[in-house]
Design a protein around this ligand. Structure first.
Ligand code: ZN
Length: 203
């Protein structure tokens, strides 16, 4: 499986990092070795002194597809969860400055914390999913998918023009504003609506 992640999909987050709003989706990938499951702790890697959390709604692809038309894109995912796109912001800033790819900052081991998944039909409104991240009990990110620039269907259609999607692939759909640094001893908890999806420690 692979993870496809969308950058700058919430205007307020693009702004907080001084990035322009994209005219088409900005994507990057994380390999299977990036997955961190079952609320296992996240260990801050020694190569960064500024790892950020980015809470994101995650889609699980349910069948193979390429060149998927937007109007059929909803048939390619049934399950939704939450994830943290851990980002070595110091490395990313240095790479961005040089115009280089972001992989070292985004694709490292355990950089994609992933929750359990629920059926999308269990959600009241898939176009307006509320989600929240608390760090040490304090609210840090409050998001709602009604604010995304590129919809789930647009993302799936766009990505599949270039990259075949396969069953089990995950799509991280972008983070809202409020990203910040993690520190050893932090507790990260994330909710979709009233249900807790993530609860793990930073070490
Ligand atoms: Zn992200």
């Amino acid at each position: 499986m692979k993870i496809i992640a969308i950058g700058r999909n919430y205007a307020a987050h693009a702004k907080e990092l001084n990035n322009p709003l994209p005219s088409s989706p900005v994507i990057f990938m994380k390999p299977e070795t990036a997955v961190l499951k079952d609320n296992k702790p996240f260990y801050i890697p020694e190569f960064s002194s500024d790892v950020h959390y980015e809470l994101e709604v995650v889609l699980k692809i349910n069948k193979e597809g390429k060149h998927i038309a937007e109007k059929f894109a909803a048939n390619y995912y049934d399950e939704i969860g939450l994830g943290i796109d851990f980002t070595a912001r110091d490395l990313q800033s240095a790479l961005k400055e040089k115009g280089l790819p972001w992989e070292l900052a985004k694709a490292f081991d355990n950089s994609a914390a992933v929750s359990h998944f629920i059926q999308k039909t269990a959600l009241a409104d898939i176009k307006a999913i509320p989600f929240e991240l608390k760090v040490n009990g304090e609210s840090r990110q409050i998001g709602n998918t009604q604010n995304i620039l590129f919809s789930f269907d647009q993302i799936i259609s766009f990505v599949s023009q270039y990259i075949t999607l396969k069953k089990g692939d995950l799509i991280f759909t972008g983070t809202p504003e409020g990203v910040g640094q993690v520190h050893p001893g932090d507790k990260l908890e994330a909710w979709m609506g009233e249900e807790q999806f993530l609860n793990f420690d930073i070490k």
